[in-house]
Structures are given as structure tokens and as C-alpha cells.
Design a protein around this ligand. Structure first.
Ligand code: PGA
Length: 249
């Protein structure tokens, strides 16, 4: 059965000391939680190896990785480097990477494959922008993102992949998808996975919702049959809010 997962994407927030404090609080809250969800945090690169020592059962993710394995790529961080720093998951294809750094589906597919080869578990993000939703193109856009981003993966690879649906219009805007909108797209993505990889993979893949998920709306989002948890931005920076979301199942 697929896992319930709550992952906190800290984005470019916290200095090292604040980050370590936040991580300690997340670890303590997780230890005291009802234990249903797998908890993941994605701090900035600079914090990863220090935070890895503080978080017990909480899993460590990076927010991005290089599409290249090693060599003359100034400023890049390879998947193997992340593994060597104790990282287990990596967010790939977040809408901020797609929008501000022009990362397209082909490049993201390269990253997903390289991450898997290095032993990382990708959290692959997809989601439409507002104009695409309003033009009725949301399913077409997400289908392309999922199909191209996961192209060439085997059913065995897919055991390590988590998918996050993040409607871009809901990220950091305070606007949240309704539970019906979230369920509709999650169900669509699961059907896509049936076509691409078969029923087993589709059933077992955790699909997370992202976009202004917070303590006040997490329970109704997570109550949907195809919503297996959340990728949390803003609310993951407050240990209390993040814990409330972790306990919202
Ligand atoms: P948000 O971000 O929760 O601040 O909307 C979600 C995300 O980008 O992962």
C-alpha cells in the first residue's frame, strides 16, 4: 500500500542555526505524532548534512539536483553528492524551478533518471498555471509533465518515485484548490500511471497535494481517496503548523 507522506519544502528560507532549530522541533513533534505519515523535510543545500544528524525518523530531501553526474558544472550539486551527505529524497521539477530557471520536462526527466541511478527517491512535481486552468488545458499540461518527466522509468524505478501535484496558482498565494479540484487531478494522475506503468504502480504511488496547504485545510484535502499527503511550503517553516498538518490524516 502507498504511504501517507507530508514533506516540508523550506525553499530559500532559514539560516543554518534557525534551520537546525526548526529541524529539531520537527523531529520532536514527529516522534510525538500519531505516526501515520512519513515526514520529510527539504532544507537548503547548505544545511543538509548538519540537519541529517538531528532528525531521527524524519527523512531528508534536497530541493533540487543537477542533471549531470559530475565535472565542470560550476554551482551544481550532483545526486551522488546528496547521497553522500545523507539525503534520501530530492524534489525535482518544482514550479519555481520550471518558471525561474527554465527547467523543462526533458531536463527534468534527465534529473529524475540520474537521481534514481544515484539511489535518491525523486519527488516529481507537476501542476498547471492559472491561464492553463482557465483555458481548460490543465489535464493536457499535467499529462505532458508526468509522461515526459517519468519517461523511460521502469515499474521498479516507480517504487521510489513520489508525485506532487501543485497547481501553480495555489503556491504561496493563499489560494487553495478545493478538495474536489485536488481529487479530480489526483485521480487523473493515477489513471495516467495505470496507462504508463500498470495498476500496481498506480496503486502504490503516493500523490501529494501542494499549494497553500495549512492546518485549517489539510484534513479535508487529505480525506480524498487519491490525495496521499502534502508538499508544504510556507507552513513547513513553523514547526507547530507543520506538525498539525502531519497529524491531519
Ligand atoms: P506553499 O508552497 O505551501 O507555500 O503554497 C507549496 C510548495 O511550493 O511546495
Amino acid at each position: 500500500m502507498r504511504r501517507k507522506i507530508v514533506a516540508g519544502n523550506w525553499k530559500m528560507n532559514t539560516l543554518l542555526q534557525d534551520g537546525m532549530e526548526l529541524a529539531r522541533a520537527v523531529e520532536q513533534n514527529t516522534r510525538e505524532s500519531n505516526g501515520e505519515a512519513l515526514v520529510i523535510i527539504a532544507p537548503p543545500f547548505t544545511h543538509l548534512s548538519r540537519i541529517g544528524d538531528l532528525i531521527g525518523e524524519v527523512k531528508l530531501a534536497a530541493q533540487n539536483c543537477s542533471s549531470e553526474a559530475s565535472g565542470a558544472f560550476t554551482g551544481e550539486v550532483s545526486p551522488a553528492m546528496l547521497v553522500s551527505a545523507g539525503v534520501e529524497y530530492v524534489i525535482i521539477g518544482h514550479s519555481e524551478r520550471r518558471t525561474y530557471y527554465a527547467e523543462d520536462n526533458q531536463l527534468l526527466n534527465k534529473k529524475v533518471k540520474l537521481a534514481l541511478e544515484a539511489g535518491l527517491k525523486p519527488i516529481y512535481c507537476c501542476g498547471e498555471v492559472l491561464e492553463e486552468r482557465e483555458a481548460g488545458k490543465l489535464f493536457e499540461v499535467v499529462e505532458k509533465q508526468v509522461t515526459t518527466g517519468l519517461e523511460g522509468l521502469s515499474a521498479a524505478d516507480m517504487k521510489k518515485v513520489v508525485i506532487a501535484y501543485e497547481p501553480v496558482w495555489a503556491i504561496g498565494t493563499g489560494k487553495v484548490a478545493t478538495p474536489e479540484q485536488a481529487q479530480e487531478m489526483h485521480q487523473f494522475i493515477r489513471q495516467l500511471l495505470v496507462g504508463l506503468f500498470g495498476d500496481g504502480v498506480a496503486d502504490d504511488t503516493s500523490l501529494l497535494y501542494g499549494g497553500s496547504c495549512k492546518p485549517s485545510n489539510a484534513a479535508e484535502l487529505f480525506a480524498n481517496p487519491d490525495v496521499d499527503g502534502g508538499l508544504i511550503g510556507g507552513a513547513s517553516l513553523k514547526a507547530g503548523d507543520f506538525a498539525a498538518i502531519v497529524n491531519a490524516f
